[in-house]
Design a protein around this ligand. Sequence first.
Ligand code: KIV
Length: 279
Amino acid sequence: MATPSTPPYGAPAPRAPRVSATELATMSAQGRRIAMLTAYDASFAGVAERAGVDVLLVGDSLGMVVQGHATTLPVTLEQMLYHTRCVVAGCSRPMVIADLPFGTFQGRADDAYAAGVAALQAGAQMVKVEGGAWMAPTVEYLVRRGVPVCGHVGLTPQSVHALGGFRVQGKTDAAAQALLADAGALAAAGCALLVVECVPRALGARLTAEAGIPVIGIGAGPDCSGQVLVVYDALGIQPGRPARFVRNFLTGHDAIEAALAAYVAAVRDGSFPGPEHCF
Ligand code: KIV
């Protein structure tokens, strides 16, 4: 547990300091795996906190699992800010990361900065942006101005139409090399964390070994610094056949908190994801 820092200007010290980027880097350096889940409201944020989750991502996946759209593209910044406030209100220890939605950061860096400031003012400690090396100048612009950034490479759902669907990425040598270069550029630009989605296990391991920052995998194999799942997937709520990398942790448990605690335990001891969840 990191030593709580003393806030300046006589403000009271928080009772339970939130997990910081420094703490995540220490966990990763010590080989302690990071457990991350998505959350969209105060009640789930509270249950996830009691289950021991380190990081809550207010993902723009809410466009699909909360709003019922086919993609994340319709989600607006206002909606992200609303759900970020809900999650922040419902928990005190986990780090809260807010996704910047489609169209708010891919253009001008000062537009990305305005969106990042709004997310931090809604209570997030970090924002997540999708994209590779081409996003590095924007990441540097945000980080220099006090907006911590988590990158997101591999399958980037905001690019679903450009990618031709929700497909595993980095399968050829050239694609794997490009992803390694993307991760290096994002880390050099100042990203504190990197989400890697849907890549072959060996590439997930290599990205984690070489990035120099904690790498959180989703469909990227067990050799990452930590794992993230959409909370509704982890509870088997979504209809239809789940994606290969999903496990329903409610199976064998009679309460949501117990299921999420089982997720945290499986991430910590490396038993999730298993071979059956890997590409
Ligand atoms: O929006 C989201 O939930 C995400 C995770 C799947 C990583 O980006």
